[in-house]
Design a protein around this ligand. Structure first.
Ligand SMILES: Nc1nc2c(c(=O)[nH]1)N[C@H]1C(S)=C(S)[C@@H](COP(=O)(O)O)O[C@H]1N2
Ligand SMILES: [Mo]
Length: 308
C-alpha cells in the first residue's frame, strides 16, 4: 500500500512561463543536445520551449518523481517500477513516425521535424488509469488535430490508428505475449480532432522521459490511460474501426472507447472512485474525467454503457 504526503509542488515552483517562442527556437538544451541530435544514445531530459498553458486545472500536480517512477509501459515489464528501470534501453533518436492510410500526405516524418513544425504548448491534464489511480500531469506537446490537418485525411477516413515501436531487443517485455505486439490504439477521427487530444513530447517542461513514452505519445484526457499509446512509430487513417490491444485481449474489460465513466464498473472493480497518487483519501471519479463539457457532445446518441 502506498501512502504518501500531499504533493508539495505548486505550479509556480516547477514551470517557467511567459515565454512564447517560435518553433524554430525549439532546442534541446545543455549537454544532452549533441548526443540527442546525433542519435548517439537516449536523449537526456532537456528543457523544452513552449507557450504558457491556458488549460490549467485547479488541482495540485502530481510530483515529477511519481509521474516518472509509477508507470504502465508493458514493453518494459508489468510492475509499476519496471519502465523507469528499463525504458532507458529504448533508443529515441533517430525516430521516424510513419503516416499512412487514407490521407493526401502520407510519409515518414522525423521526430525533430514534427517538433519544429508544430508550436509546443503546456497542458495540465488529469490522467485516470483504468486501474483506478490517477495523476495530474503538465504535458508539453501539440494538438493531434494540427498534425491531422497537415496530412489531410481523405473523406473516407473515419478512424486514426496508432502503433508503438516493435523491437524486442529494445523492449524486453515484448519477448512475452502478455499483449499482442506492437501495442496499438485508435480513436474516431472526430475524437482525434478534438482540441484536448494531444501528442506529448515532454512533461514538466522537459523532454519526455522514456518511461512516459518518449519521444512522442498520445494523451486523451477524458479516456482511460490505456488509450494514451506511448512511443508512437505509426499513425494510419482508416475507414473501418481498427483493432486495439487491450480490447483484443479482454473485450469485456476494455472497450474501444475507454471513456472515463464512474457509472460503469470494470468487471473486477468499481470505477466510482480513484486514488490520486499522493493523496490519502480516494476521490470521486468524474464522468469523462471532468472534461464532459468539452467532449460529451461527441457521444450523443450512443448508449453510455458502450462508452467504457
Ligand atoms: N505502448 C504502450 N503504451 C501505453 C501502455 C503500454 O503498456 N504500452 N500503457 C498505457 C496505460 S494502461 C497507461 S495508464 C498509460 C500510463 O502512462 P504514464 O506511465 O505516462 O503515466 O500509458 C498507456 N500507454
Ligand atoms: Mo492504465
Amino acid at each position: 500500500m502506498l501512502i504518501r504526503n500531499a504533493p508539495d509542488l505548486k505550479d509556480h515552483d516547477v514551470t517557467d512561463h511567459g515565454l512564447y517562442l517560435r518553433r524554430r527556437d525549439f532546442v534541446l538544451g545543455g549537454v544532452g543536445m549533441g548526443a540527442a541530435l546525433m542519435g548517439a544514445g537516449p536523449a537526456r531530459a532537456a528543457p523544452l520551449k513552449h507557450s504558457p498553458n491556458r488549460m490549467r486545472i485547479d488541482e495540485d500536480k502530481t510530483p515529477l518523481k511519481d509521474v516518472t517512477s509509477y508507470n504502465n509501459f508493458y514493453e518494459f515489464g508489468t510492475d509499476k517500477d519496471s519502465p523507469a528501470a528499463y525504458a532507458g534501453m529504448m533508443k529515441t533518436r533517430p525516430w521516424i513516425v510513419t503516416i499512412a492510410g487514407l490521407c493526401d500526405k502520407p510519409g515518414k516524418y522525423g521526430i525533430d521535424d514534427l517538433i519544429r513544425r508544430f508550436p509546443l504548448e503546456e497542458r495540465i491534464y488529469r490522467m485516470r488509469c483504468v486501474e483506478a489511480w490517477s495523476m495530474v500531469i503538465p504535458w508539453i506537446g501539440f494538438p493531434l488535430a494540427k498534425l491531422i490537418r497537415a496530412v489531410q485525411p481523405t473523406s473516407q477516413a473515419r478512424y486514426v490508428a496508432f502503433q508503438t515501436l516493435h523491437d524486442p531487443r529494445q523492449m524486453p517485455g515484448q519477448r512475452s505475449d502478455i499483449l499482442r505486439w506492437p501495442y496499438q490504439e485508435a480513436l474516431r477521427l472526430d475524437e482525434a480532432l478534438n482540441p484536448l487530444t494531444l501528442l506529448a513530447v515532454g512533461l514538466y517542461g522537459q523532454t519526455l522521459p522514456n518511461q512516459n513514452g518518449a519521444p512522442i505519445r498520445l494523451v486523451v484526457p477524458w479516456k482511460y490511460g490505456f488509450k494514451g499509446i506511448k512511443s508512437i512509430v505509426r499513425i494510419q487513417f482508416t475507414a473501418n474501426r481498427p483493432k486495439t490491444s487491450w480490447n483484443l485481449l479482454a473485450p469485456r474489460e476494455y472497450g474501444f472507447y475507454g471513456n472515463v465513466n464512474p457509472a460503469v464498473d470494470h468487471p473486477r472493480w468499481s470505477q466510482a472512485k480513484e486514488r490520486r497518487i499522493g493523496e490519502f483519501f480516494r476521490r470521486k471519479t468524474l464522468p469523462f474525467n471532468g472534461y464532459g463539457d468539452q467532449v460529451a457532445s461527441l457521444y450523443r446518441g450512443l448508449d453510455p454503457r458502450t462508452l467504457y
